[in-house]
Design a protein around this ligand. Structure first.
Ligand code: ZN
Length: 437
């Protein structure tokens, strides 16, 4: 969702990154003054160009910022990038999915999380990279090297247009993974020029180490799984993808037309290499009254299962989400203080569609109680009825469309871009959910 695009603009340097480049700590010297900072930048430029294969068209500007100024910037970006309606719409959607607790204030949580996490940021508007003044001097070099890569990317890409693709959550997450993945990977090369990136373990596989390190950060430790995991995804999964890309297409950049279009492609580069693109879905008919609309994508569907399925979820979730071929949801008002979630998903074949549908039934039972029984939902928050409509997902596309179209009250019909649809199946997940408060 929107917070993700903010993260990229800020260019977080995750605390966990210290683990990967920990060896540099000893070499780092104190960087206190602004002129020392400028010197660090100057010395680093050739290494940044080597690591990325891109040349600076003009030199970057660098400045230090107090923690209070960093916080002001975060608030400002929120107000300009995420209008209240967008944020409350996303919040409603993720609450309905069960990915956010009913009581969580998304804006406050994101602001606190980013303020805590940000060591520096690159501001595309002023083309300036900022380093927080309270960042330890060993971290300064790491921060500068990371932000310099964003500064370089901004000279070749319009970062705002890439990261502010509204209502294309999955596509935006893929783009962000490219930007952060390249910054993470190149940052390591800048800090440790002798390092062969092929020799490093899978970044994604190191996320348990990250989690442990990040758990020391108060806001992060208390954030819901969905926020924690979507925060680190672009850095780790992105770095794996960019490393794969560099090996597969040496000398090329994963920008513009070469930009991956889904988290499925980030997670499974072989599907990127054959341009296995998701089916583009769109609701047809009136969107009057729609509170929010977007997609989840393969990665967030993984998180959905991970969040809702309990103990075995982490091992099971990747399989349940695999075979994803597109999705689209709407949050609709369903009466007095009620929201409804209508979600269409498309799968590569009947097997993956059925596997997902069975998994989702179990997941929904955790979230909302057993179908037809009502109550007993695990999502936290207030009481009230929690009886989802217990329709079984329709496994026939025509049937499910009819079901959607036949639902009075403008729930809308779904149209799919037929390109690449193949034997795709539509699993409709009709879920009318009573109020969450
Ligand atoms: Zn970054």
């Amino acid at each position: 969702m929107g917070g993700m695009r903010l993260a990229a603009v800020l260019g977080l340097v995750l605390g966990g990154g210290a683990g990967l480049v920990g060896a540099c700590r000893e070499r780092a010297q104190a960087v206190q003054s602004g002129s020392e900072l400028k010197q660090v930048v100057q010395q680093m430029l050739p290494a940044v160009e080597r690591a990325t294969g891109l040349r600076f068209k003009h030199p970057p500007v660098v400045q230090r910022r107090t923690r209070a100024q960093v916080r002001d910037y975060v608030m400002h970006k929120f107000d300009s990038d995420l209008p209240t309606a967008e944020l409350t719409g996303a919040q409603a959607a993720y609450r309905l999915f069960g990915l956010l607790p009913d009581t969580l204030d998304l804006r406050a949580t994101l602001v606190a999380l980013y303020t805590e996490q940000v060591a520096g940021y690159f501001d595309p508007d002023s083309a300036t990279l900022y380093v927080a003044a309270d960042v330890d001097s060993p971290l300064v070099r790491m921060t500068v090297s990371h932000e310099l890569i964003h500064a370089l990317q901004a000279q070749y890409l319009n970062l705002d247009s890439v990261l502010q693709q509204k209502r294309h959550n999955d596509r935006r997450a893929a783009a962000q993974a490219i930007l952060e993945g390249q910054a993470t990977l190149a940052q390591i090369l800048v800090m440790m020029p002798e390092q062969q990136t092929e020799g490093l373990p899978s970044f994604w596989e190191t996320r348990k180490v990250f989690r442990t390190q990040m758990a020391q950060m108060r806001e992060y430790a208390h954030a819901p799984l969905w926020l924690r995991e979507t925060l680190i995804f672009p850095y780790l999964a992105g770095a794996d993808f960019v490393r794969w890309f560099d090996g597969r297409y040496p000398g090329r950049q994963p920008f513009d037309a070469a930009m991956p279009v889904s988290t499925e492609q980030i997670l499974h580069p072989d599907r990127y290499s054959v341009r296995h693109n998701p089916m583009v879905l769109a609701f047809t008919g009136s969107d009057g009254g729609v509170r929010y609309e977007d997609d989840l994508g393969e990665f967030e569907i993984r998180l959905l299962f991970e969040q809702l399925l309990g103990d075995t979820a982490e091992a099971e979730a990747p399989q349940l989400a695999s075979g994803w071929h597109g999705d689209r949801y709407r949050v609709l008002p369903a009466g007095e203080r009620q929201d409804a979630l209508v979600w269409y998903t498309v799968w590569s074949d009947a097997t993956t569609a059925a596997r997902f549908a069975r998994g989702l039934e179990r997941a929904w039972a955790h979230r909302w109680g057993a179908p037809g029984l009502g109550g007993g939902g695990g999502g936290g928050g207030g009481g009230g009825h929690r009886t989802p409509i217990a329709d079984r997902p329709a496994h026939d596309r025509r049937q499910s469309r009819r079901a959607a179209g036949g639902r009075a009250g403008g729930l809308g019909r779904l149209a799919g871009d037929s390109a690449g649809a193949g034997n795709a199946m539509t699993v409709q997940t009709p879920t009318r959910i009573p109020p969450t408060r």
